[in-house]
Design a binder for this molecule. Structure first.
Ligand code: GCU
Length: 715
């Protein structure tokens, strides 16, 4: 063998030994490093009894054995009957016989998907019981138990009862049938439509495992900008193969329905929802789907929005469209998620107001199995938005929330931005719809208005990159979506800590520092992109980088200048009664936070007010100086993030350390790009200087304006 070849092989194997590719995400089952803890875990898990043989129970058994083998370093034997102290019994409570009675209260609390994890006595032996009313509850319980070990919790005396607060906990993939992903930054779609249904990639099963471990129980496979082809027979067979792969993990499949499918596929002359032939076409199509996939979840629909067809093409309302589809799926227990992301170029009104104006009059007109799916904010997944005014405004309709896990406007694939604080900010917002305390969380979990149907969906950030999400920290946002949809009362800090422990390390120094970095990262991004309530000032099409100067797009409300309204007098969108009065769509309690420019929560100042460049800010600075300050502090904070990460080089495996380090370097450059481009552009109106103490832009405004990214991803 050649010497150089041996050297390369040695180098490669050394690299592999110290690096991880990130494929396992947070389901990394690495050995417990603390000997005392290891011993106590071994004592508590000396054998496993599994009651039941369904695919879901087999999945639970597989996961528990895999995890224990990795964490404890040995194969834990299976037993038919517990004989030793320190055993684990997993199984549906149906198998517990008389023993079930003593657990009746706890089981009632666990409900249909929840579980119990109890330290108890079985056959007079001290054991851990993981049980539930359903098999899927058992699987969720097993994942919880594994998490306790992964995060090094004590397990000597357990009494855990957990049940999800939301029924629908969904990912929305914006994946196209040609495998491109709209707003995807992690490679191509993981759905390989060409090789389905014959080839069922292990990745599909690992995807389902990852989801089930967080509580996610459904996935919309296709882009909201839908292609009717997915409703044809060959594609439905592919969808069936995916549904079969996910079923043991409790992940239901949903599709996006292109409203014009009866015309495109069925050869009808119309897709009018009130036309009996159209209704019949959908009924037949739905029956065909359910004959292949008996537990098909239903449809997600984007209609009459951004060029998508819809009922308004035929003079019908959103309710007419949604109800027609709802009737088609009702007998199969399917649901329709009808998106409220609608705005029209023909209306000269503030885009902020349009969804509310369109949907509030329809409240009470939807069938029982329709949910209206509302983005967290009124415009479009901005770094910071006030909550959407539709939350709390449609009390007769179950309203579900949609957040963006993929980071279209939030740093895309190159910025470390932990999104749980953004999701929680919206969930915790008080709409005042039923008086004080009417939070968005209580609206979407159905508790405020008594809706059985309720849910949260996140636009997926998943692609076929080795580590699923491109940026290693993108995984944290997928994880956070699942955890918050299970329990929206969890804190962002708790979720970050769990994720860090499972994904990287249980080292206390590492966790303390990196958790603070994660928790600060969203605010940092707001500062270097959209401080003080600025929004929608990104570049055109791909949305990568700044473009506050853009003013030439076909629709007024696609142009950044429409949103910031900078002029020589000042900057910001007047949404008070003297302007568009979008504020009028909020209840008095919520409005109070924003209505007066001198008391407005400054994080939303330019969202609701047009103020002068000299507007006095709470910091004592003028608005212009505050913008300079925030943009610079955002960039400085990314420098700090790099220091934090670099400090922990020895605590992270080499491959993932380098990945994050390189991405943070890119993030710093891009943060400076945002700052320089935005300040130079706004300076053409303010005519004020950037205070001496700040770094000066290294390029001219013209330089930033001419940058082009023809192949930026996700477009
Ligand atoms: C954003 C995004 C589009 C997407 C749309 C939607 O505008 O840029 O790609 O289709 O949201 O949510 O429908």
């Amino acid at each position: 063998m050649k010497k150089s070849f041996i050297v390369i092989m040695l180098f490669l194997s050394a690299l592999m030994a110290v690096g991880e590719d990130g494929y396992n995400c947070w389901l990394r089952y690495v050995p417990v490093e603390n000997n005392n803890l290891l011993l106590s875990y071994k004592q508590a898990a000396s054998e496993i009894q599994v009651n039941g043989t369904t695919a879901t129970i087999m999945a639970a058994r597989y996961e528990l054995s895999l995890a224990l083998k990795g964490l404890l370093g040995e194969n834990i034997p299976l037993t038919k009957d517990i004989r030793k102290n320190g055993s684990i019994l997993i199984g549906n409570a149906g198998f517990l016989g008389e023993g079930r009675k003593s657990l009746a209260n706890d089981l009632q609390k666990a409900g249909a998907e929840g579980y119990l994890i109890l330290t108890t006595s079985i056959n007079q032996k001290k054991s851990i019981l993981i049980t539930a009313n359903t098999d899927i509850g058992v699987l969720y319980g097993v994942f919880h138990f594994i998490r306790l070990l992964q995060t090094r919790q004590a397990i000597a005396a357990l009494h855990i009862i957990s049940a999800p607060r939301l029924k629908l906990r969904l990912l929305n993939h914006w994946d196209n049938l040609n495998r491109t992903v709209e707003r995807g930054y992690a490679g191509f779609s993981i759905w390989n439509w060409h090789t389905l249904p014959g080839y069922v990639d292990q990745r599909y099963i690992d995807y389902a495992r990852m989801n089930a471990s967080t509580g996610i129980n459904g996935t919309v496979l296709t882009n909201v900008n839908a292609d009717a082809t997915v409703l044809t027979k060959p594609y439905l067979e592919k969808v069936k193969a995916l549904a079969d792969a996910f079923r043991p993990y409790g992940v239901k499949v949903y599709l996006t329905a292109r409203f014009s499918a009866p015309v495109e596929l069925g050869g009808l002359k119309t897709a009018d929802p009130l036309d009996p032939a159209v209704q019949q076409w959908w009924n037949n199509k739905v029956n065909e789907i359910y004959s292949l996939i008996p537990d098909f979840g239903g449809f997600l629909v984007k209609a009459n929005s951004e060029g998508q067809p819809g009922p308004q093409n035929y003079g019908r309302s959103h309710a007419d469209g949604a109800n027609m589809l709802a009737d088609a799926v009702a007998s199969h227990k399917g649901i329709i998620m009808w998106r409220a992301f609608v705005y029209s170029n023909d209306l000269p009104d503030d885009r902020h107001k349009q969804a509310y104006n369109e949907f509030v009059p329809l409240d009470g007109k939807f069938r029982k199995n329709v949910m209206v799916q509302v983005k967290n904010g009124a415009i479009d997944f901005m770094p910071r938005e006030p909550f959407h005014p539709l939350f709390g405004a449609m009390q007769k309709t179950p309203v579900m929330m949609e957040v963006q896990v993929t980071q279209e406007y939030l740093g895309q694939g190159t910025h470390l931005v932990y999104l749980s604080p953004l999701f929680k900010e919206c969930l915790d917002s008080d709409t005042w719809s039923n008086g004080k305390g009417s939070t968005v969380a209580k609206i979407i979990d159905g508790s405020l208005d008594n809706h059985e149907l309720n849910g949260l969906a996140g636009v997926a950030n998943i692609g076929n990159d080795m580590n699923w999400t491109g940026h290693p920290f993108g995984q944290a946002n997928w994880y956070a979506l699942g955890r918050l949809s299970w329990d929206h009362t969890l804190s962002s800090g708790q979720i970050a800590e769990e994720w860090l422990r499972m994904t990287f390390s249980n080292d206390a120094a590492f966790i303390n520092d990196v958790k603070i970095m994660m928790l600060s990262s969203r605010e940092i991004m707001v500062k270097y992109m959209n401080p003080c309530g600025l929004h929608h000032i990104m570049a055109t099409g791909h949305h990568y980088g700044p473009g506050p100067w853009v003013n030439n797009l076909a629709r007024a409300d696609w142009n950044p200048v429409y949103y910031h309204k900078a002029d020589f007098a000042g900057i910001g969108f007047d949404r008070t009664p003297s302007g568009s009065n979008a504020l009028g769509q909020y209840k008095a309690g919520a409005k109070k936070l924003w209505e007066d420019s001198s008391t407005c929560d400054e994080r939303y100042l330019l969202w609701f007010h047009h103020v002068t460049w000299n507007h006095p800010m709470k910091s004592g600075r003028t608005l212009w100086n505050e913008l300079c300050h925030q943009y610079n502090s955002g960039v400085d904070s990314v420098k700090w993030m790099r220091q934090v990460w670099n400090k922990h080089k020895t605590r992270v495996d080499a491959i993932r350390f380098r990945q994050v380090a390189m991405l943070l370097e890119i993030q710093e450059k891009e943060a400076a790009w945002w700052r320089n481009a935005c300040l130079l552009y706004f300076q053409t109106f303010s005519k004020m200087t950037i205070p001496e103490k700040y770094e000066k832009p290294d390029q001219t405004l013209d330089y930033f304006k001419q940058l082009k990214f023809p192949f930026a991803p996700g477009n």
